[in-house]
Design a binder for this molecule. Structure first.
Ligand SMILES: [Zn+2]
Length: 283
């Protein structure tokens, strides 16, 4: 039996996986070596200490939707480095590396699927892709997903894992905040429900726009939720943030989210919500 903590606040960073998938993964929290298959069956929760492993978009989708129901709708788009940006490394190289290590074209995967039989259009972020940051392509994928949801009159589910805006695309990445919010407005006009699931981390420009505008907002237990990180806030205000600051439970107590759900219960909770929302007249 996994050890259950009341307020699980630890996520374990798994090294970016390249090429061959290792059979064993080491828990960064307790050091236990866990068989991948066993971890998979346990919702990527360490069976020894209960820490959560990061999920890729693919793993998250597999954990949420009915087997065999997922249909990938991600648009075949790639960022073309509009500012020819370079910091320690040219942005073009970062993109190439991220594409190579994740097999994704950008940080958002869009698709159609069913959760316990109920249809959803989902957009799932992959934190491995440049910190799940939202640039032009991610913004376009999100807007596209919401358009699909409106057209098909199917609830929109957004699973957030993001450090914020894609700084390498400058103001063009900030524009995505307005763009996704406008698309969200069309969902509201059409009376199509929007559910957000905030995971570790849900921060920056994504949290300051689309991620905080859902009809129902759930946080995965242990999620980090905020705009700037605690260190930046402390440096700016000169005050030490309170304990548990920006964690899922804190967000719940302060009204930012509607519920905190342990990872293993997320699918069931979403199914319940979709069932409830089905009965709500739209428009
Ligand atoms: Zn562990």
């Amino acid at each position: 039996m996994p050890i259950r903590r009341d307020d699980r606040d630890r996520y374990v960073e798994v090294e970016l996986r390249r090429g061959e998938e290792p059979l064993w993964l080491r828990c960064g929290s307790c050091g236990e070596l866990v068989f991948r298959r066993k971890l998979q069956e346990n919702s990527y929760i360490c069976p020894r200490c209960g820490a959560y492993f990061f999920l890729t978009a693919e793993e998250r989708i597999a954990a949420l939707v009915d087997e065999g129901s997922f249909e990938d709708l991600t648009l075949p788009l790639e960022s073309d480095d509009p500012l020819s940006f370079s910091d320690r490394k040219p942005y073009a190289d970062r993109l190439k590396e991220a594409r190579g290590s994740t097999g994704l074209s950008d940080a958002v995967v869009v698709g159609r699927g069913r959760i316990e039989g109920r249809k959803v259009i989902l957009a799932v972020m992959d934190f491995r892709f440049i910190g799940g940051s939202m640039g032009i392509v991610a913004g376009e994928q999100l807007a596209f997903a919401m358009e699909r949801a409106v057209e098909e009159r199917v609830p929109f589910l957004f699973v957030v894992a993001s450090g914020g805006a894609r700084v390498q695309e400058g103001v063009l990445s900030l524009l995505q905040m307005a763009k996704t919010v406008a698309a969200r407005e069309r969902l509201a006009e059409a009376g199509v429900p929007y559910i957000a699931v905030l995971t570790y981390p849900s921060t920056g420009g994504v949290m300051a726009s689309l991620a905080s505008l859902a009809d129902v907002t759930l946080a995965e237990q242990g999620a980090l939720i905020g705009f700037a990180g605690p260190r930046v806030i402390q440096q700016t205000t000169g005050e030490k943030p309170p304990p548990g600051f920006q964690r899922a439970r804190y967000a719940l107590e302060h009204g930012l989210v509607d519920g905190v759900v342990p990872r293993e219960g997320l699918r069931q909770e979403l199914a319940r919500l979709l069932r409830v929302l089905e009965g709500v007249p739209s428009g």
